[in-house]
Design a protein around this ligand. Structure first.
Ligand SMILES: NC(=O)C1=CN([C@@H]2O[C@H](COP(=O)(O)OP(=O)(O)OC[C@H]3O[C@@H](n4cnc5c(N)ncnc54)[C@H](OP(=O)(O)O)[C@@H]3O)[C@@H](O)[C@H]2O)[C@@H](O)CC1
Ligand SMILES: [K+]
Length: 496
């Protein structure tokens, strides 16, 4: 944002004009929240203005709201005139009441506008300021945050000390990681992104590498069946089954792979589980696979192009051998669950297989850990409290040479080339047994169709979340594949 700001001002746009537009955007959002209420009978609109430009935005918004007829009170932290520059100008722009801030807040408040700290938050909120934030959070008034809820770090989404819990947050030009990463995301409430005069062309100079996950990022590279094509054009995905008593996870994965667009799906099953699997499978094919030699033979069929290893598979030597064989044969691999844990004692062995002696121009391995599994492969990154979830995932991807999908309510997807995406869709109902297995199948389908691995991972995470949103409450993992046709139809509509 600092760079976007700098380029815009260098181009002849006055810094205070940006602040006016920011303040106007905040005032518009406030008016939308106040809609239906009468200024004469409502409580005050209380604008909390901090010492920096976040406070400047609050002062500008306060003036626009005052002009719209609302009873506005500014509670000011620090001396805006001594701050100079745009902040002093904003203070002169505001023609209403202003008092120094204390924890003794006004009693009749309809709306708090939080302009204490934004991008310039540099340390935890403590002492009387923390009491003020707590009092604002406890009040029954609604809360609108400017740029970021005060106390939320824009880089990491972490709470520094304490943080405002807003109903709505207005930010400028583009969202920041702290808006999408937990706990920042839940402190923002509804997120509005308003344009304040910064041209999109600044992005050509800034070249951002971090994105909010959504169809705009990948829908145009998504592979889809062609009228003249046949099933092998859509790839042949393989899912490794676990032993007889643990086959369900692999079947969830396989059925998701077929629904998500793989041309063919085969389960490789140990002999003990063949009968169980055979009694459940119809369109999905079944092959016996017992040990490395068997797999080596199967891999001679080079139409088998994308593999899933991990769901229900069991931890141990077989998982390590299979993963290495698949990667060594130049195939794409989604490694999940037990597949990840199998490398806990020697993660470098996995990373070496992933890089395959640096002969691979593009990543062929996708890791889909939750935080617990991530900590087994990347213990130092997991423990490092200075790193955000975004940074942890990016470092892990760079180290492993793999696409890393670090799951959670705020799933992060990172590529060794430095790109990353944060997913902020989905529902809490996704936190149920087996949904991760379904994700591996959706991913295998995209890889089988030869979508580049980073985009494949991003779109799979999004489709998985969207399927859950469409089903709604009461979701179990088995319900997800059945929603995929609707998700695909939606994506088709967006593409045309
Ligand atoms: N970029 C753009 O394009 C545009 C940006 N705009 C706006 O600018 C905002 C960024 O402004 P900003 O850089 O002045 O920082 P801001 O968040 O106001 O705070 C800095 C002040 O807070 C203080 N302080 C920090 N932490 C503290 C703590 N825990 N407890 C106590 N004090 C603490 C810190 O003190 P210091 O660290 O210097 O001692 C300093 O005085 C951005 O969020 C957006 O709203 C818009 O106007 C439109 C265009
Ligand atoms: K704020």
């Amino acid at each position: 944002m600092a760079e976007a700001d700098r380029i815009t001002i260098e181009g002849g746009f006055a810094g205070f004009s940006l602040m006016i537009e920011a303040g106007r955007g905040v005032a518009d959002a406030a008016l939308a929240m106040l809609k239906g209420l009468a200024p004469a009978v409502s409580g005050d609109v209380v604008c909390l203005a901090g010492p920096g430009k976040n406070g400047g935005d609050a002062l500008v918004a306060a003036e626009f709201l005052r002009r719209a007829g609302w009873p506005v009170v500014v509670r000011q932290l620090g001396d805006p005139l001594s701050s100079g520059g745009d902040v002093a100008e904003a203070f002169r722009f505001y023609r209403g009441r202003s008092e120094p801030i204390t924890s003794d807040l006004p009693q009749r408040v309809t709306l708090f506008i939080d302009g204490l700290f934004g991008a310039g938050l540099s340390r935890p909120i403590q002492g009387e300021l923390a009491e003020i934030v707590e009092a604002v959070n406890k009040s029954s008034a609604r809360i609108l945050a400017i740029d970021l809820p005060s106390g939320i770090c824009g880089r990491t989404g972490a709470v520094l000390g304490t943080a405002v819990k807003a109903d709505r947050t207005v930010t400028f030009f583009r969202g920041k990681p702290g808006h999408l990463l937990d706990p920042g995301r839940s402190h923002c409430g509804v997120l509005d992104i308003v344009q304040i005069g910064i041209e999109d062309t600044v992005l050509q100079t800034i070249r951002p590498t971090c994105f909010r996950n959504g169809p705009a990022l990948w829908n145009d590279v998504r592979r889809r069946p062609q009228a003249s094509g046949h099933k092998y054009d859509r790839g042949h995905a393989v899912v490794f089954s676990g032993p007889a008593a643990r086959t369900g996870a692999a079947r969830l994965s396989a059925s998701a792979a077929l629904r998500a667009g793989a041309g063919l799906v085969t389960m490789f099953s140990p002999p003990s589980a063949l009968l169980v699997n055979a009694s459940h499978l119809t369109a999905i094919m079944l092959k016996r696979c017992e040990g490395a030699e068997d797999l080596f033979e199967h891999l001679k069929d080079d139409r088998l192009n994308a593999f899933v290893l991990g769901p229900g598979f069991g931890v141990g030597k077989a998982a390590r051998q299979y993963a290495e064989l698949v990667l060594g044969a130049g195939r794409l691999l989604v490694l999940d669950a037990d597949g990840l844990t199998s490398f806990a004692d020697d993660p470098n062995r996995l990373f070496a297989a992933s890089r395959n002696g640096d002969r691979e121009p593009r990543p062929r391995l996708v890791l889909t850990p939750h935080m617990g599994e991530f900590a087994r492969l990347f213990p130092d990154l997991a423990e490092d409290t200075t790193l955000s979830k975004l940074e942890k995932t990016k470092h892990a991807s760079e180290r492993s040479g793999a696409i890393v999908v670090l799951k959670g309510a705020d799933t992060v997807i990172a590529s060794p080339d430095g790109r990353a995406a944060i997913n902020d869709t989905g529902t809490p109902w996704l936190a149920t047994a087996g949904t991760g297995d379904v994700l591996t199948g959706i991913l295998a389908a995209q890889l089988a169709q030869r979508t580049p691995a980073f985009e494949a991972a991003c779109m799979s995470v999004w489709m998985h979340s969207r399927a859950a949103e469409l089903f709604g409450p009461g979701l179990i993992a088995e319900d997800l594949p059945g929603q995929l046709p609707t998700v695909l139809t939606e994506l088709e509509r967006l593409a045309t």
